[in-house]
Design a binder for this molecule. Structure first.
Ligand code: NIG
Ligand code: FE
Length: 399
């Protein structure tokens, strides 16, 4: 296959120091066989096919590193209940929330799950996203959890996108296991993980550590099993209260800890020591009208990389816009423009353990990038409800 030279672009490589890397530079990018082979000014001509980028901004393709994009049913009624004053926890304890989605998902087969999830996937792709993490967690039985990840894998066959799957059976306790969390963890979360792993359905393991979900003690056997299987772990922690999930996950060498509104400076230091990325989810913060913000200053001080993700789900974050997520990261959490861009490229790659494959424009990485009809990264972050994507390039091909 002939090489391609992408010329006349203003390139933000996202490679290197977060605050300086996002300055657009007049660089050329050479790709061959789906990979980036050279980045520089005035690259040598050796018969490559040339693509003139028209002076547009080029960034790495965007990455949504935390979603629950495969789900069934609709929970707009819970949105109305919250507008009337009910809290997320009250709705959850009354059998709504995650368990309402569980009832819908258990009724659906793989093809139906795929069909209702495709529009959400397409919305993300239209905004320059090329890698998406998708979690199970609404089946809460072995067969239904497996079906969710089969649907996630199927989506990657239907669209030009890289999908990473995460086993999140430890998301909520289904009613048939009420009062028997340890049995659920062993009979569903761990037994199902073994089955899903054997079927090649799992890239990582996650759990929801919260008063309305699981404690660190309950999650421990699942995380030990993940490590035996050589699977990286992640966690939903310190979202509604401080439950100790972040320090627990850091002890297990977690790729990321996610949400983190109630995390502390000590949590940030534990994450830094373990190399754990902070995945911030402003969509859930916004929809639940939270007031406690994640400790961004502590993450900066400790040197914890921060990622941003949609958390696309039917309840707390019915959001399928990565561009709006960047804007929310800036407005709600106080991230700088360079931090917002790193949060959906290099740092998001890190949160998936894919830092040597995607998230930067650098030789050796997959040729995944986006061309935008804007001049600066600030214009990507500042505008709301406007999508300036000109083209998305996946494995070196315009898709
Ligand atoms: O990431 N925090 C837990 N889980 C999801 C939402 C679950 C739901 O309400 O469906 C989240 O926000
Ligand atoms: Fe989530």
């Amino acid at each position: 296959m002939t090489a391609t030279l992408w010329t006349n672009a203003r390139v933000v490589t996202c490679d290197g120091d977060v605050e300086r890397a996002p300055l657009p530079a007049a660089l050329e990018v050479e790709t061959e066989d789906g990979r980036i082979t050279a980045v520089g000014a005035g690259l040598p001509r050796r018969g490559q096919q040339e693509v003139d980028c028209g002076g547009r901004l080029m960034t790495p393709a965007l990455i949504d590193c935390h979603t629950h994009l495969v789900f069934g049913g609709d929970r707009a009624n819970e949105f109305e209940m919250r507008l009337d004053g009910a809290t997320y926890e009250e709705i959850s304890r009354a059998g709504g929330g995650i368990r309402a989605s569980m009832r819908a998902v258990r009724e659906m087969g793989v093809e139906e799950l795929v069909k209702v999830s495709l529009p959400r996937l397409d919305h993300l792709l239209a905004e320059g996203v090329s890698t998406i993490e998708i979690k199970s967690g609404y089946g809460l039985s072995v067969p239904a959890e497996l079906n969710m990840l089969r649907a996630a894998r199927r989506l990657a066959e239907l669209r030009p996108v890289r999908i990473r799957t995460t086993w999140l059976a430890a998301h909520s306790l289904p009613p048939e296991y009420a009062g028997r969390a340890p049995d659920y963890i062993s009979e569903v979360a761990i037994a199902g993980l073994n089955a899903a792993h054997a079927e090649g359905l799992v890239d990582a393991v996650d759990g929801f550590c919260e008063g309305i979900a699981f404690s660190t003690r309950e999650l421990e056997p699942l995380y030990l099993r993940a490590r035996e299987l050589d699977l990286p772990v992640k966690i939903h922690s310190e979202q509604l209260s401080h439950s100790g999930g972040t320090a627990f996950a850091a002890r297990h060498g977690a790729l990321s800890a996610d949400h983190l509104e109630h995390a502390t400076g000590a949590d940030a230091r534990a994450m830094a020591a373990a190399g754990t990325v902070a995945v911030l989810l402003p969509g859930a913060f916004y929809m639940l009208r939270e007031t406690v913000r994640p400790p961004v200053a502590a993450f900066r001080a400790a040197g914890v990389p921060m990622a941003l993700a949609t958390d696309c789900n039917p309840g707390t974050s019915p959001l399928s816009s990565i561009l709006l997520t960047m804007n929310m990261g800036a407005v709600l959490f106080g991230l700088t423009v360079p931090e917002c861009l790193a949060a959906v490229t290099s740092h998001a790659a890190h949160a998936l353990g894919l830092q040597d494959e995607i998230g930067r424009i650098a030789p050796g990485l997959s040729a995944d990038f986006a061309l935008w009809d804007v001049e600066t990264p600030a214009q990507l972050v500042a505008r709301i409800g406007f999508n300036p994507l000109h083209a998305r390039i996946f494995h070196g091909e315009t898709v």
